[in-house]
Design a protein around this ligand. Structure first.
Ligand SMILES: Cc1cc2nc3c(=O)[nH]c(=O)nc-3n(C[C@H](O)[C@H](O)[C@H](O)COP(=O)(O)OP(=O)(O)OC[C@H]3O[C@@H](n4cnc5c(N)ncnc54)[C@H](O)[C@@H]3O)c2cc1C
Length: 363
């Protein structure tokens, strides 16, 4: 999984007009003004401070699996986070707290926790990118999200110019978001996860996963079974990176599932009356989360729907927009995203929002 990270041809050479497409899973993005590689937490801080001293904007990039970078690239300094490793920092009865360097490849970490019999991350198997990026959008899948296990984030605070420890309660975790998303203020250095010593997974919450495991929702299964089954389900949807499969040349889900006030959801239901019931999940506060994939599909944008320059909806998953030709521009990808967003808006009156962070481009 470590090969998720591309390394520069000329590492650390500030004259290398690095094309950021090389570092993103979409294979899109123009040149960086300057590219720096940071191999540990101290270097991450140093590279950011040096860029600030040059009065350059800073883009922190790790696996590049949740960014859409414009064709003009990023004129400032791009800091590639390549710190590695994790260590146990506390043990208390059944729990173990693991401190993970920001650049540690996420799926390597999940594999290591499953091997050691530490429960809590198993359903997040197969997600690309780095451990340090997981708090940014409160990464989640198959009924688990990192907010459930993160206890604290250590970050360089660019406003206060010091390293700070932010308790989970202060991270502002919400569905696919946190205080870190869309903010340049914090650079994550390490993340602490509190996991449970157990050979069994947490209760399986996701119906599709329970079915695939042959158990009921709420049952627990061996960690290794949960991991293998999640990876298998994900691979079938093009949601595990595969250099040979252009359906995975994406950022995963391009749009978040819209969370609607109850009365707005009823209006959507009426507008969709001839199409069947949109899959939805009621929230505790009266809101309803609706399947973006269903809305997109029913608005006429099915799997494989193609846009300009060989960009297309994945042939395996309606929510993934792909650069399947490998030669498209960011302009083409965002044109497809715009067409889908506008189509869903006009059919159902719902505005979809992008899940990845858009850098020097907009939909
Ligand atoms: C095939 C595929 C499947 C996916 N499936 C899922 C899924 O199931 N669930 C899910 O939640 N996501 C999913 N994603 C999205 C993505 O993998 C995650 O959001 C991942 O955590 C991004 O990590 P990264 O290291 O690639 O971040 P990057 O893309 O490098 O960065 C993303 C954002 O985080 C910021 N950032 C990165 N590292 C740091 C840091 N150390 N400090 C401060 N800011 C930082 C960047 O500046 C940028 O704004 C998927 C993506 C792909 C391509």
């Amino acid at each position: 999984m470590s090969d998720v990270y591309a390394e520069p041809a000329t590492a650390g050479d500030p004259t290398d007009p690095a094309t950021l497409a090389r570092y993103t899973t979409l294979r899109l993005g123009g040149p960086a003004g300057r590219l720096e590689i940071a191999g540990d937490a101290a270097q991450i801080v140093l590279k950011v401070q040096e860029a600030e001293a040059r009065e350059q904007a800073v883009l922190v990039l790790a696996g590049g699996s949740n960014v859409v970078i414009g064709d003009q690239g990023f004129p400032g300094t791009v800091v590639l986070v390549r710190s590695r490793g994790f260590q146990v920092v506390a043990e208390d009865g059944d729990t173990v707290t693991v401190r993970v360097e920001a650049g540690e490849p996420w799926d390597d970490l999940v594999a290591a926790t499953v091997e050691r019999g530490w429960s809590g991350l198993e359903c997040l198997s197969g997600i690309p990118g780095s451990a340090g990026a997981t708090p940014i959008q409160n990464v989640g899948a198959y009924g688990q999200e990192v907010a459930e296990t993160i206890v604290a984030v250590e970050a360089y605070d660019r406003t206060r110019r010091e390293v700070v420890r932010i308790a989970a309660a202060d991270c502002g975790f919400v569905y696919r978001g946190s205080i870190f998303k869309y903010s340049d203020r914090w650079v994550v250095l390490t993340v602490d996860f509190r996991l449970t010593r157990s050979q069994l997974s947490g209760p399986v919450r996701y119906a599709e996963l329970a079915r695939a495991l042959g158990v009921e929702v709420g049952d627990r299964v061996p960690l290794a079974d949960a991991r293998a089954t999640v990876r298998k389900l994900r691979a079938g949807k093009g949601m595990v990176l595969d250099a040979a499969d252009p359906d995975t040349w994406s950022v995963g889900s391009f749009f978040t599932n819209p969370v609607l006030p109850g009365e707005v959801f009823e209006q959507v239901r009426e507008r969709a009356a001839d199409l069947g019931q949109p899959p939805h999940w009621p929230g505790a506060d009266g809101t309803v989360k609706v399947s973006a994939a269903w809305l997109i599909d029913k608005a006429g944008f099915g799997k494989g729907y193609a846009g300009p320059e060989g960009v297309a909806i994945s042939s395996k998953h309606t929510l993934a927009l792909t650069n399947r030709s490998g030669t498209a521009s960011t302009a083409a990808l965002v044109a497809l995203a715009r067409e889908i967003r506008d189509g869903v808006q006009s059919r159902f009156g719902v505005t979809l929002h992008p899940e990845p962070v858009l850098i020097n481009c907009t939909i």
